[in-house]
Design a binder for this molecule. Structure first.
Ligand SMILES: Nc1ccn([C@@H]2O[C@H](COP(=O)(O)OP(=O)(O)OP(=O)(O)O)[C@@H](O)[C@H]2O)c(=O)n1
Ligand SMILES: C/C(=C\CO)CCC[C@H](C)CCC[C@H](C)CCCC(C)C
Length: 307
């Protein structure tokens, strides 16, 4: 059966503009399957009918397109995996050379890993399976954390970059929940829903900056949770809000999201407030922030945006 050939919003816009030309010039008779695949515009976004007719005439199109998407997504996966390993190595090097303290290094890895992961989603193809290739990255890193967290000879670079006290078993808590949150956001929400990206903005950007600002300026403690401070929570709300808006604007400008900006700012502010309040609760000993914050954000964002 011919594989559906979804065009990413960017391709769609480009195709619409150029398609008037291609539609006339590149009728199916002249478009070899390989060319059709490399130029989605040739598939004609004027109507699914044309592309399904083309696929019917050229069954090679769908298999060639699938191969094209497969190679595209494998390449994107390898690139993002490489980025993940490089990020940990970079901060391990900075810590080893005493450029930054270990605690700050851990928080910067916490902030940057997830946000760079979300920002990388557009490099994957328009295929409906692309999200699973993206999710493979947190999956591999999750397995890496489990292997090192359970192993006798754990990877010291990884441990120094992502643990508080350098104990391997720490990898099986916060860091593991963190990569699971990334995997859930990619698989269940992806780049056509604000919910997943806002949840990662709050977990990575918001919760991460709360720690940095809270430790530095957190003299005034939260009455119901002396381990957290007003400065940390206010920082989480502000940074989480603006990082969320930034991600929604990024994906809107690429054509993946179509936000009603008259209401989006208010909705994001409400979701950010919910996430900040949940993070401030004295429940860290019962449930890790890397579970409670993304879960609360996903619930609030899904109720607020509806998808
Ligand atoms: N709203 C917040 C959040 C954090 N903090 C400061 O940041 C520290 C660590 O915050 P926490 O979220 O508990 O840390 P974790 O997420 O567990 O990260 P880590 O494992 O690095 O401690 C707290 O002790 C506190 O000094 C704060 O002042 N206010
Ligand atoms: C210290 C962390 C959590 C504790 O609160 C973060 C752990 C990060 C993981 C070890 C690495 C995760 C990498 C991401 C899945 C992919 C990042 C890709 C990007 C392009 C760098």
């Amino acid at each position: 059966m011919a594989t559906a050939l979804p065009l990413s919003p960017v391709n769609h816009q480009l195709c619409r503009r150029s398609n008037r030309f291609w539609y006339k010039a590149m009728s199916p008779r002249f478009c070899p399957p390989s060319f059709l695949v490399s130029s989605p515009c040739c598939l004609g976004v004027k109507g699914i009918g044309l592309s399904s007719q083309l696929r019917a005439r050229h069954p090679l199109i769908s298999s060639a397109a699938s191969t094209d998407y497969l190679l595209h997504d494998v390449g994107a996966t390898v690139a993002v995996l490489g980025g993940a390993f490089a990020l940990v190595l970079l901060f391990d090097s900075l810590t080893k050379r005493d450029v930054i303290p270990q605690r700050l290094s851990r928080k910067l890895v916490h902030i940057l890993s997830g946000l760079l992961f979300v920002l990388s989603w557009p490099i994957f193809s328009a295929s409906t399976e692309a999200r699973y290739f993206a999710a493979f990255v947190p999956l591999v890193n999750g397995l890496r954390l489990v292997v090192n967290g359970l192993s006798v000879s754990p990877n010291s670079t990884l441990i120094k970059s992502v643990t508080r006290e350098g104990r391997p078993e720490e990898l099986l808590k916060g860091p593991l929940f963190y990569v699971l949150a990334l995997l859930v956001a990619a698989v269940f929400f992806w780049r056509d829903s604000p919910t997943g990206m806002i949840s990662l903005a709050m977990m990575c950007g918001g919760d991460g900056i709360a720690d940095i600002m809270g430790r530095k300026y957190g003299s005034y403690k939260i009455p119901y949770n002396p381990r957290k401070s007003l400065a940390g929570s206010i920082s989480m709300f502000i940074f989480g809000f603006f990082i969320s808006i930034g991600l929604l604007y990024y994906y809107s400008s690429l054509g993946y999201l179509h936000m009603n900006w008259e209401t989006t700012f208010t909705r994001v502010a409400i979701v950010s407030l919910v996430a900040t309040l949940v993070e401030s609760l004295p429940i860290t000993d019962q449930i890790d922030d890397n579970i409670s914050v993304p879960l609360a954000t996903i619930l609030a964002a899904y109720l607020s945006f509806g998808y």
